[in-house]
Design a binder for this molecule. Structure first.
Ligand SMILES: [Fe+2]
Length: 369
């Protein structure tokens, strides 16, 4: 029970650290504090470099020597040189390949430096991949590691891995999460050959309208993101409904109508992107208030959602959908025009039609045809 309390305290301290390297350093320090380790080093391992690469090191300082620090440092450097030899390098790689913690209670027949009395090697796995190995060595006679030491350090290294993983995500939140989400959108679109690249074309079309409308650079960025992800909520809808060729039943249509809300909550998980969330939520609202999910009308609907809605409807109609024949360009534009004041903001429709007349969307549709 006492040990659990210690572990808990360590974990609380860990949580307060801010960067991945601080977390790793803390684990190495812990090894020298709670196990007989005289030295603990985190090595990065990778297929792309043969020799493990030192990330961080912790050394236990013995009190009696502390008065003459430079002598101690010199000795330490010498010991380290002796410890880190090709045999240790190979052992680190073996631990990484085995993905299993290793305990050498007594170093006798392992070909390692004689300096090493006892050794632990613990892989640090991030997202199912070994990213590093913690090596703890005892160079003091009769100070050996036990199964319990290995257990604690393995536990802490695992916790550190989770933390580093989360920190890494947080540090690169835009790149990481955005690419994950984009991959999800691609997955959704891949389920339906007819909607392939739909989101991308809608995004491109909407941006052209937004720029002509006079939206700021910031708004265009919001639209860029929200446009690509606007239908991401469809991953929450079953294929047999999503891909159904004929008419949908009322119940099925109700299901489809959930996708803006599902999409909003997926993006909401990230705790960012409030404006993008709103656009995803409201991209099926109608100007006259008869859309979903909230029945917003006119200017209550965010302008970027009003823009996206025209681009979305246009692309849906010009793309050959499973449940209807391709319409002529003329028919499509007629339907958009007749949606003025009903489904669409009339100003956006007028702008869209004049841009259409000037062939401003040609670049979006040329490549896909
Ligand atoms: Fe949609």
């Amino acid at each position: 029970v006492e040990e659990l309390r210690v572990l808990n305290r360590i974990m609380t301290e860990l949580m307060s650290l801010n960067t991945g390297s601080e977390v790793l350093n803390h684990i190495a320090e812990m090894a020298t504090l709670i196990t007989p380790a005289s030295r603990a080093i985190f090595y990065a391992v990778s297929e792309s470099f043969n020799t493990p690469f030192e990330l961080t090191e912790a050394v236990r300082r013995s009190k009696e020597n502390s008065e003459n620090q430079s002598v101690v440092d010199e000795e330490e450097a010498e010991i380290k040189n002796e410890i880190f030899d090709p045999a240790l390098s190979k052992l680190i790689r073996d631990v990484a390949v085995d993905e299993t913690p290793l305990l050498i209670v007594e170093n006798a027949s392992h070909g390692l430096s004689d300096r090493i009395q006892s050794l632990m090697g613990i892989p640090l796995k991030i997202r199912e991949k070994v990213f590093g190995v913690l090596i703890a060595v005892s160079t003091i006679e009769n100070q050996r590691f036990s199964e319990k030491d290995l257990y604690y350090m393995t536990f802490m290294t695992q916790q550190a891995a989770y933390l580093v993983e989360n920190l890494a995500l947080y540090e690169n939140i835009y790149e990481n999460l955005f690419s994950t989400l984009s991959a999800l959108v691609k997955t959704v679109e891949a389920r339906d050959a007819y909607t392939k690249e739909h989101s991308n074309r809608v995004k491109d079309t909407a941006i052209i309208i937004a720029k002509a409308y006079g939206c700021s650079k910031e708004e265009v960025d919001v639209l860029d993101f929200a446009g690509r992800l606007h239908d991401i909520g469809k991953i929450g809808i079953r294929d047999d409904i999503l891909l159904k060729p004929g008419r949908l039943t009322d119940a099925e249509y109700q299901k489809i109508k959930e996708h803006p809300l599902i999409g909003e909550s997926i993006i909401g998980q990230l705790g960012l992107w409030d404006r993008e969330k709103k656009i995803v939520r409201h991209h099926h609202e109608w100007f006259d208030g008869s859309g979903y999910p909230d029945g917003l009308q006119r200017e209550e609907i965010p302008i970027l959602a009003r823009i996206l809605s025209v681009a979305d409807a246009y692309d849906a109609m010009v793309s050959d959908r499973a449940y209807r024949k391709e319409m002529s360009q003329k028919e499509v534009l007629e339907i958009i025009r007749s949606g003025k004041d009903v489904q669409f903001d009339p100003r956006i429709v007028d702008l869209f039609l004049s841009l259409q007349e000037e062939d401003k969307f040609e670049q979006v549709y040329r490549s896909s045809e």
